[in-house]
Design a protein around this ligand. Structure first.
Ligand code: AMP
Length: 364
């Protein structure tokens, strides 16, 4: 029996472990919190900090292959381990995604369009770059931004003073794309074959993913095929293996790379019930050397994220016991507004109608 190690024990680790079990694969997760969600489904646990080199090495020793479920794993600890143990995705996709400037340079180099951007590290550079790109534009810290944190939209020159605190660290200024909507591409590659999941259309609430609709309304089969081909080429050209999620802005018949994550993605959770195989399962299949399976959409699917403020509504929906409504609660010990506590997936031809009902149920 093979064992997969997971650096990080959040909900992504939990769902990797659940899918691994279905494939007869053991899992061990490493997380600093003794009550991390993934521990409930893993066969082994290591409670240690992410930069605890000895603990990470112990994880690698116990496992046939190791993956990570969050982006900010430090290179200092991972690189020496990649040389000694089987961490097939390696450090490269993390390195490429940990800095927004590097991430966009890399995306352009390998075939994606991106919003226009400039590196910015001073007020003077910000004034120059905003004059070049025009308003509105978006200032983002290069590192450690997530879910809309670490960024400010500049509508005019008057907004510049408000953005200056971000310049305590290196930033990127991006032209504002007046996009029609956002989509995600989730892919798994074994280096030869790249499987691409059906494209989901994403709706955010307060900068956090709220809903994901599949199929993505407004994406023609031709546009979907171009996006999937761009994603496939990107993975192969970059030499990435394992899982990668890419967020795209869609404007008319064009699409722009926004960001990527070399781990399972929130916008791919719908695949668990909505697809013939799912993002976690394909990642595990890759990790243990099983051939990848081409995913096939089972029926229209909608995923709704459950944040702390949504828990009561989610419990009410779970209690209804609808056969095509799948309520996932991650078992986090502390609920806070805006904290991801679970998600609900609805599969069926009336999925979108159901989502409309949800929008009345949930706190705005
Ligand atoms: P990010 O953290 O880069 O994913 O940005 C969070 C959200 O801000 C995105 O999902 C978009 O809705 C919005 N956003 C980010 N960059 C841009 C941009 N260049 N133009 C328009 N909207 C953006």
């Amino acid at each position: 029996m093979k064992t997969v190690g997971i650096i990080g024990g959040g909900q992504l680790g939990l769902m990797i472990a659940q899918q691994a079990r279905g494939l007869g694969v053991r899992t061990v997760a490493l997380d600093p919190a003794s009550d991390a969600p993934a521990f409930a489904a893993c066969d082994g646990r290591i409670v240690a900090a992410y930069d605890d080199a000895a603990a990470l090495e112990e994880l690698c020793r116990q496992c046939d292959a190791v993956t990570y479920e969050f982006e900010n794993v430090p290179g200092e600890v991972l690189i020496p381990l990649v040389e000694k143990y089987n961490i097939p995705q390696g450090f490269r996709p993390l390195y490429d995604s940990q800095d927004r400037l590097r991430e966009k340079d890399n995306a352009r180099k390998h075939g994606f369009d991106t919003p226009e951007y400039r590196p910015v590290d001073s007020e003077e550079a910000l004034r120059r770059a905003s004059a070049e790109l025009g308003f509105p534009c978006v200032l983002k810290t290069c590192t450690l931004g997530y879910d809309g944190h670490g960024q400010v939209v500049l509508r005019s020159e008057e907004d510049i003073p408000r953005a200056l605190p971000l310049l305590a660290v290196s930033c990127i200024l991006e032209a504002f794309v007046d996009f029609d909507f956002e989509v995600s591409l989730v892919m798994v590659s074994d280096g030869c074959q790249v499987v691409v999941f059906p494209i989901g259309r994403n709706i955010h609430r307060d900068g956090i993913l709220d809903l994901c609709f599949v199929p993505a309304a407004g994406v023609s089969p031709e546009l979907a095929a171009r996006m999937q081909a761009a994603g496939r080429d990107f993975m192969l050209q970059c030499g990435y293996v394992g899982i990668l999620a890419v967020e795209l802005f869609v404007k008319g018949d064009r699409f722009y790379f926004n960001e990527m994550a070399p781990r399972p993605h929130n916008s791919g959770h719908w695949t668990i019930e909505g697809c013939s195989t799912n993002q976690f399962r394909e990642l595990v299949r890759f990790l243990v050397g099983l051939p990848l399976e081409e995913p096939r959409l089972i029926a229209p699917t909608v995923m709704k994220n459950i944040l702390g403020q949504d828990l009561d509504a989610a419990r009410r929906i779970a209690a209804e016991g609808h056969e095509r409504v799948f309520v996932h609660l991650y078992g986090k010990s502390e609920s806070r507004p805006k904290r991801k506590m679970g998600h609900i997936t609805f599969v069926g031809s009336d999925a979108a109608g159901y989502a409309g009902r949800w929008s009345d149920e949930f706190v705005k």
